[in-house]
Design a protein around this ligand. Structure first.
Ligand SMILES: [Zn+2]
Ligand SMILES: [Zn+2]
Length: 347
């Protein structure tokens, strides 16, 4: 992105809108943090996944669409200023606006601007359309802080329509054997996207409580999902025969799954693309479906941002930085604390 500058002007000294501190990405002129991992005064939140939205901050600023999920996760007494996508708010002379990241309901890229200098923090994002959240918006900026969860060329997603067809045919074949289908999917985002892609005409869709709670937030936000029923309320075990159960990966324990006498298990994640990951999870099937951009999605987005400087975080940052430098971009690794185990399951 070309700076707003007359020819012959002395280049202005670079204004760093963000710096990395012990508590996370900090905007000193605006006095706020983005997705801090410690309790701070003011937190601007990209989305409600646990490693991005932590409790204990005095004030939160986040998208209107994410409010009910953040309250579910951080408690009803959290103080949130809700901002609509595209709306600009000013904090100490720094303009902040939130733009759809296409990752989960309410997920946002954070755009900050001061004296013509524009930085964008991507949060987690994906490019492919998702019927359960607003589509990713391509932004332009001087410095782009991008995630890189799947930042290796080996990660290349097939169209989700193909994946949903695979999931539905797996469900059908389990039904033919009178089996329950248990699909493990992260409770916020992936589960709702998968449920929206299920062929509800095949049978009943049951949910784990953690999934059902988030489903309710989605429905309140106007997202249409097929009817689902919380497993806990079911006394007749025969009801599960031939049905689909959507549960978080943490529910893959004998204590939870024993109620489904005869069941097939599958896991949905971008990590299923790696041989061995499915075996490690001891499931019958792995469906490669991610709420993050794949390699091409990441690289195309970074190039299209026209950023002169790219900060890469949250994943295969060394590999992405090396590739961007080879393309002549000014790229550096920024080690945040987002690359947690939670994100690995969420991805
Ligand atoms: Zn996330
Ligand atoms: Zn993340």
């Amino acid at each position: 992105m070309v700076k707003n500058q007359r020819e012959g002007d002395q280049a202005m000294p670079k204004l760093n809108l963000l710096e990395l501190t012990d508590a996370g990405l900090y905007c000193r002129p605006g006095d706020f943090y983005i997705d801090p991992w410690q309790a701070v005064g003011r937190a601007v939140i990209t989305h409600a996944h646990a490693d991005h939205a932590r409790s204990g901050c005095a004030r939160y600023l986040a998208s209107t669409d994410s409010e009910s999920i953040l309250r579910l996760r951080l408690g009803d007494d959290m103080r949130q200023q809700s901002v609509a996508y595209g709306e600009t708010v000013a904090l100490n002379g720094v303009s902040i606006s939130l733009h759809p990241a296409g990752h989960v309901l309410g997920s946002a890229q954070i755009k900050i601007e001061r004296q013509g200098e524009v930085w964008v923090v991507s949060g987690d994002y994906k490019i492919e359309a998702d019927s359960t959240c607003r589509p990713f918006e391509q932004l332009k900026c001087h410095t782009f802080v991008t995630e890189s969860t799947f930042g290796l060329p080996v990660f290349k997603w097939r169209p989700q329509a193909d994946i949903f067809a695979d999931i539905n045919s797996w469900w059908r074949s389990n039904q033919a054997q009178k089996k329950t289908s248990i699909l493990f999917a992260y409770s916020l985002g992936k589960a709702q996207r998968v449920i929206a892609g299920l062929d509800a005409a095949l049978g009943q869709i049951f949910t784990h409580g953690a999934v059902e709670n988030v489903n309710q937030c989605y429905r309140r936000a106007g997202i249409r999902l097929p009817a689902t029923r919380h497993v806990a309320g079911v006394t007749d075990k025969n009801a599960f025969r031939g049905a689909m159960v959507v549960a978080p990966p943490s529910a893959d324990t004998p204590a939870y799954t024993k109620r489904f006498a005869n069941a097939g298990k599958a896991f949905t994640s971008g990590w299923m693309q790696i041989r061995g990951m499915r075996r490690r999870r001891s499931v019958d099937r792995g469906f490669v479906l991610s709420d993050h951009a794949d390699w091409n999605g990441l690289i195309n987005t970074i190039i299209a941002s026209e950023a002169e400087t790219v900060w890469v975080t949250h994943g295969y940052s060394a590999e992405v930085v090396q590739y961007l430098r080879e393309q002549g971009l000014n790229a550096r690794q920024v080690e945040t604390q987002f690359s947690s185990g939670i994100d690995r399951a969420e991805a």
